[in-house]
Design a protein around this ligand. Structure first.
Ligand SMILES: Cc1cc2nc3c(=O)[nH]c(=O)nc-3n(C[C@H](O)[C@H](O)[C@H](O)COP(=O)(O)OP(=O)(O)OC[C@H]3O[C@@H](n4cnc5c(N)ncnc54)[C@H](O)[C@@H]3O)c2cc1C
Length: 396
């Protein structure tokens, strides 16, 4: 059985980042996780990052999120230069609330001041077009310019794994089906393909799948939810018209949609450019079993999401044609305190890094850094509240 100083379970955005950082601190580091399944493939576990774009902003809901975002964005130039992989586009990020100022906008000036971020702020007394989007009278909002914008999560993952491999990290394509603590700082890990590995430290970075399979000795409090996005194709002839749109977070709460996120046109693997829109809806499903997640991804009919998402998109971008539309499935997880979990569990040497809350792609590099520091030094890096990322457990 091969022994490692640390094993990351989960080859997603957070696990890959943690593996990269730990590799510079320890001799033998491994990351174990499956590759992205192809369309209609069956799979044991899925992921939240199988897509071409994720919103990137810096000012988050509080100082802890903002510090994570600021750290991550500061790393993109060197990650891109060292890996040779382009993953970040600084088109800016617009945040709007159609009902006026909310708690995020109220807290914004203090956070902008603390982190030295310039913003443009808006209060609209009539229907107005801002940065290419149309908003109703009464809206309030703000714009953060580059480095806010968007990242390509698939490219970010590829880059992190490349930098990990360059430091002689061990990359294992498999799914962990069982973790057995053998005493303090001693773990045996069993995989779907029948392999086993041992490690002194284990970081569980399995995204929305933390409570599934036999990985964590104690269940954590984590809500997992289905997420559906709509992709609207942008033909090459009209691409220039939409090419300068920023990313958008839009706090709409009507017509069966709540909390819209929208990505400007990005190219997908089929070669076409798509604008993407998503939101929470009452149709979303809260999962409690792995089998229902697998079934939803493989069989659920999501056509009912098309109309409300398309209506919202057409209100924001009235000039966008809707001749080629498709929907896609994804999954997110939420923690009770609304921040990620990056903490040691009650089992010494076993850590958790994840709990996405819909915002962890943009700061995944920083979450990996924080996790690596925690494993290496026993505490969070300076600046974070000591209990910022504490784990909440499900009552036994
Ligand atoms: C539609 C959608 C839109 C989003 N938009 C944004 C956005 O605009 N901005 C933003 O910042 N975030 C956004 N997010 C959230 C973001 O994608 C997630 O926060 C991020 O991917 C979380 O990274 P992670 O590494 O924790 O989890 P994941 O990316 O899900 O990675 C977890 C990995 O663990 C693996 N795994 C699971 N179980 C096991 C196991 N037992 N053994 C081995 N491997 C395992 C999985 O295969 C996966 O590769 C969005 C999410 C969705 C679904």
């Amino acid at each position: 059985m091969t022994h490692f100083d640390s094993i990351m379970i989960g080859k997603g955005l957070v696990g890959a980042a943690a593996a990269k950082y730990l590799c510079s601190l320890q001799q033998k580091v491994a990351v174990i996780g499956p590759d992205e399944p192809q369309e209609n493939d069956s799979f044991l576990v899925y992921a939240s990052h199988y897509d071409q774009a994720r919103v990137q902003r810096i000012i988050g809901k509080d100082a802890n999120w903002t510090r994570l975002n600021a750290y991550a964005t500061a790393q993109y130039p060197s990650i891109q230069a060292q890996s040779g992989i382009h993953l970040h586009t600084g088109v800016g990020c617009l945040y709007m609330n159609p009902y006026g100022k909310d708690s995020y906008l109220t807290n914004l000036p203090a956070l902008a001041d603390e982190f030295g971020i310039n913003t443009e702020q808006y209060t609209l007394d009539k229907t107005t077009t801002i940065k290419g989007f149309t908003f109703p009278a009464g809206s309030a909002g703000m714009f953060e310019s580059a480095p806010s914008g968007y990242i390509n999560p698939r490219m970010l993952l590829q880059a992190q794994l490349k930098l990990f491999a360059a430091q002689h990290g061990t990359h294992i394509t498999d799914t962990v089906t069982r973790l057995v603590p053998q005493g303090e700082n001693q773990f045996t890990i069993y995989t779907h393909s029948g392999q086993s590995y041992s490690a002194a430290n284990v970081v569980v970075a399995t995204g929305s799948f933390m409570n599934y399979l036999d990985v964590l000795p104690q269940k954590i409090s984590l809500q997992t939810k289905s997420e559906v996005v709509l992709l609207a194709s942008v033909a090459p002839t009209i691409l220039p018209q939409f090419a300068t749109l920023p990313s958008l977070l839009y706090e709409l709460d009507e017509d069966g949609l709540e909390g819209i996120y929208l990505l400007p046109p990005v190219q997908y693997p089929d070669g076409h450019y798509y604008i993407k829109i998503g939101a929470n809806t009452p149709m979303d499903i809260f999962f409690t079993e792995l089998a229902s997640i697998q079934d939803w991804f493989l069989h659920a009919d999501i056509s009912a999401y098309t109309e409300p998402l398309l209506r919202a998109l057409k209100k924001l971008l009235p000039a966008l044609p809707d001749d080629k539309i498709m929907t896609k499935k994804c999954i997110i997880s939420r923690t009770p305190h609304g921040r990620p979990y990056i903490s040691e569990t009650t089992t010494k040497g076993l850590y958790i890094a994840g709990g996405c809350n819909g915002y962890s792609a943009m700061c995944s590099d920083a979450m990996g850094y924080v996790a690596s520091q925690l494993v290496h030094t026993g505490h969070l890096p300076d600046g974070y509240a000591p209990d910022a990322f504490d784990i909440v457990y499900d009552p036994v």
